[in-house]
Design a protein around this ligand. Structure first.
Ligand SMILES: Cc1cc2nc3c(=O)[nH]c(=O)nc-3n(C[C@H](O)[C@H](O)[C@H](O)COP(=O)(O)OP(=O)(O)OC[C@H]3O[C@@H](n4cnc5c(N)ncnc54)[C@H](O)[C@@H]3O)c2cc1C
Length: 382
């Protein structure tokens, strides 16, 4: 269905991986949809500054919405990745125990994984938990690819389109952009990451708050002869999930992240002390890192919900605004499941869904810089 330029059945606010996955899903159900992104390109925020790991959900709490959507994503993902030509490295992950408490944690993680239907194995020689399904991708190439395929499938994308106010009227919602443009839509999906609470407040919804939880990372080039071919996950303690080490698709090794709760949604800096903190923990698990100097660093801000997680559904004040907020730690993995879940909400709001189309094949998008350098070189200002 075609619409005048500034109207659409559905408008999505926010072009991170979550907004892009919803965009992809809806265009492949024949919905007339526009994606509005405040920045000059997609995936500069949390979606471009994470660990790039496609989690299986082995350690997620059984039954929670987050877990359901990670698992739902895993079913949809292979065909979509193939269609986008985005590489995935099926490395698997290992958690090596160092204490009696760790062995116990590993046993309970194995039980948790089996409750979620995720395949894991305990290695006889050292009791390590092997999570064969964990994999690594390029989160920026994935987000850009989703949007590219959605455009080919009939969607529209507006960059430099920062939503600054929303009017609720009889026929839907009118979005006012900071540059004076307006967009009218029957239903609006709020996938604005760190700013999802600001968007919800535009319709008087202050039911949730988003704060930034910073995660810092360091990128290394291993000396010749050394390599890492799987994700090294620490055995979690009651206090922390710890620092992980993973190989990137382009042959680097990344260690991180930290977890620092902030108030400033614009602070993407890496603290001077962060390297010592991370390297000590990372080298304890992967000794080849000891004494290495990083070739780069970056920080991501998780869009964390204050006392809430995976807030997905119609706003209590305005049914036509669907919040997709507080997608803190697993949005890359769960994004396609989130897209499918959001699509299921639309018929109840008068948006008809067409039959499910096969994912549109596109040439892979090759970002100009490695994904782990891209945001750093672009001051994120929303
Ligand atoms: C340190 C760290 C490590 C992580 N590791 C992993 C991992 O390994 N695996 C995994 O699955 N997940 C991981 N995550 C989580 C994952 O990155 C997030 O869950 C996901 O990126 C959230 O995506 P999003 O689209 O909701 O938000 P974002 O990526 O933050 O995107 C929101 C977008 O909304 C736009 N926006 C904001 N306000 C407006 C407005 N007013 N108008 C228009 N647009 C607006 C922003 O510019 C931005 O582009 C990690 C996150 C971090 C930070």
């Amino acid at each position: 269905m075609s619409s005048p330029a500034n109207t659409a059945s559905v408008a999505i606010i926010g072009g991170g991986v979550v907004g892009a996955a919803i965009f992809h899903t809806l265009t492949h159900r024949g919905v007339d949809v526009v994606l509005l992104e405040a920045d000059s390109d997609l995936a500069y925020a949390a979606s471009g500054t994470n660990s790039g790991i496609l989690h299986t959900g082995f350690d997620s709490t059984p039954g929670e919405l987050e877990t359901q959507l990670i698992l739902r994503s895993a079913v949809i993902r292979p065909a979509v990745f193939r269609s986008l030509g985005v590489p995935v490295s099926h490395t698997g992950a290992e958690l090596v125990p160092h204490s009696a408490e760790d062995h116990e944690t590993i046993r309970s993680l194995a039980d948790n994984a089996s409750a979620n239907g995720v395949e894991v194995r305990i290695r006889e020689s050292d009791g390590a938990l092997l999570v064969t399904g964990e994999s690594v991708t390029d989160p920026v190439a994935f987000t850009l690819g989703l949007a590219k395929a959605a455009l080919v499938a009939g969607g529209r994308l507006e960059l430099n389109a920062r939503v600054s106010a929303i009017d609720d009227n009889e026929n839907g919602l009118t979005l006012h952009l900071a540059d004076g443009r307006t967009f009218a839509a029957l239903v609006v999906i709020n996938a604005a990451g760190l700013h999802a609470d600001d968007i919800a407040r535009m319709v008087g919804d202050d039911s949730f708050e988003i704060y930034p939880r910073k995660g810092e990372f360091f990128v290394y080039k291993l000396p010749q002869g050394r390599s890492l071919n799987h994700i090294v996950l620490p055995v979690p303690t009651k206090r922390t999930k710890g620092v992980l080490v993973f190989p990137t698709l382009d042959g680097h090794v990344v260690a991180g992240p930290t977890a620092i709760d902030l108030l400033d949604k614009d602070d993407w800096t890496v603290r001077p002390d962060a390297h010592t903190e991370i390297l000590e923990k990372a080298a304890a698990q992967f000794p080849a890192l000891a004494g290495l100097r990083p070739v780069a660093s970056y920080a991501g801000l998780r869009p964390a919900g204050r006392d809430c997680n995976y807030v997905i559904g119609s706003s209590a004040t305005t049914e036509r605004l669907i919040n997709v907020a507080a997608i803190r730690s697993t949005g890359l993995s769960a994004s396609l499941g989130i897209g499918a879940y959001v699509a299921d909400l639309l018929p109840g709001l008068g948006i008809e869904l067409g039959e499910q189309l096969a994912p549109t094949p596109v040439e892979p998008v090759v970002p100009r810089l490695p994904w782990w350098q891209r945001t750093l070189q672009h001051a994120v200002k929303v």
